[in-house]
Design a protein around this ligand. Structure first.
Ligand SMILES: Nc1ncnc2c1ncn2[C@@H]1O[C@H](COP(=O)(O)OP(=O)(O)OP(=O)(O)O)[C@@H](O)[C@H]1O
Length: 289
């Protein structure tokens, strides 16, 4: 994975934008600071194709995510969920052919992947890649310091970084041995997923996109990962997760659930929609649209 996709820094400040007065609201036991005026992410009629084959995959996705909300996207295999997530972070395999995406008031589609990350987007991929020859701790330190540099702050040395890193390691319930190993090399599927959450904990994000973070996790690992995500989430942070399973939804309490079908969000609702999906499958839910 390109380092640039992982580097993230705090929100860039647009002096031309007046910040709306925040209001407090409660979402699934979490008190959220909500901006009534500006959604965190506003996706309108987003269309995209695969660059190599020219095949259209996204056929007009609409989605609004506000600060502090937890959104889950479900849907049949091949319905376009991962493509949507990858288009949001600027994956080079896809070309946007229509629509708009506004993130924190800025045109996300005009930003390079690194800028999206710096603007506060983080994505954990369905299949996190290995980075041979780069140890996990070095990688995290480099990514963290790149963020500091972009923020105009002083970079931190190993003595300062290590306690910060150990605290995050504890949050994810990972053993310190993983820090000396090359990024994801030889990691089991579950260890890779945990490592993604460690990266999120170290780098932070205003909107974290987790693509099937629950796949391949045993019950204990799933609980650890969900607990870590819950601790990372603050009232200002938002989460967009892609999943096929209810277990993680019960742990992360989504405020919104969406079903994607044929490259569009076909239906949106709350957690109760998951019961209908589990009982009757996606056909029934799609038929309601
Ligand atoms: N880079 C690519 N090259 C070729 N086909 C692709 C590429 N990316 C996506 N596709 C195709 O686009 C469709 C949507 O894929 P996507 O991975 O977005 O689905 P998904 O909803 O995430 O599926 P799943 O639930 O199985 O993970 C699939 O038919 C897939 O084969």
């Amino acid at each position: 994975m390109a380092l640039s996709l992982l580097i993230h820094c705090s929100p860039t400040v647009n002096p031309l934008r007046r910040s709306p007065k925040p209001t407090l609201r409660r979402v699934n036991h979490r008190v959220c600071v909500a901006s009534a005026a500006t959604p965190l992410l506003q996706v309108n009629d987003l269309r995209a194709k695969i660059v190599e084959s020219n095949v259209d995959i996204l056929h007009g996705v609409n989605l609004t995510v506000n600060q502090g909300e937890v959104h889950a996207i479900m849907g049949k295999n091949g319905s376009g969920k991962s493509t949507f997530a990858k288009v949001l972070v600027g994956h080079p395999d896809y070309e946007v052919t229509g629509g708009s995406v506004v993130f924190k008031g800025e045109n996300l589609l005009e930003m390079e992947p690194e800028e999206r990350s710096l603007a506060g987007l983080f994505m954990s991929f369905q299949s996190p890649v290995e980075i041979p020859g780069v140890s996990n701790d070095l990688f995290l330190a480099m990514a963290y310091n790149a963020r500091m540099k972009k923020l105009g702050r002083e970079e931190v040395g190993p003595i300062e970084f290590l306690p910060y890193l150990m605290e995050k390691l504890q949050l994810v319930n990972m053993k310190a041995d993983f820090l000396n190993r090359n990024v994801n090399q030889g990691f089991s599927g579950g260890e890779r997923k945990r490592n993604e959450i460690l990266q999120l904990a170290v780098l932070g994000a205003d909107l974290a996109i987790l693509d099937e973070i629950d796949s391949g996790l045993d019950v204990d690992a799933l609980r650890d990962v969900a607990n870590a995500v819950n601790r990372i989430l603050t009232p200002e942070k938002s989460l967009l997760m892609i999943t096929h399973y209810r277990r993680i939804l019960d742990l992360l309490n989504p405020t919104h659930v969406h079903v994607m079908d044929k490259g569009k969000i076909a239906r949106s609702g709350d957690i109760s929609m998951v019961e209908a999906i589990e009982a009757d499958g996606y056909e029934t839910v799609s038929a309601l649209t």
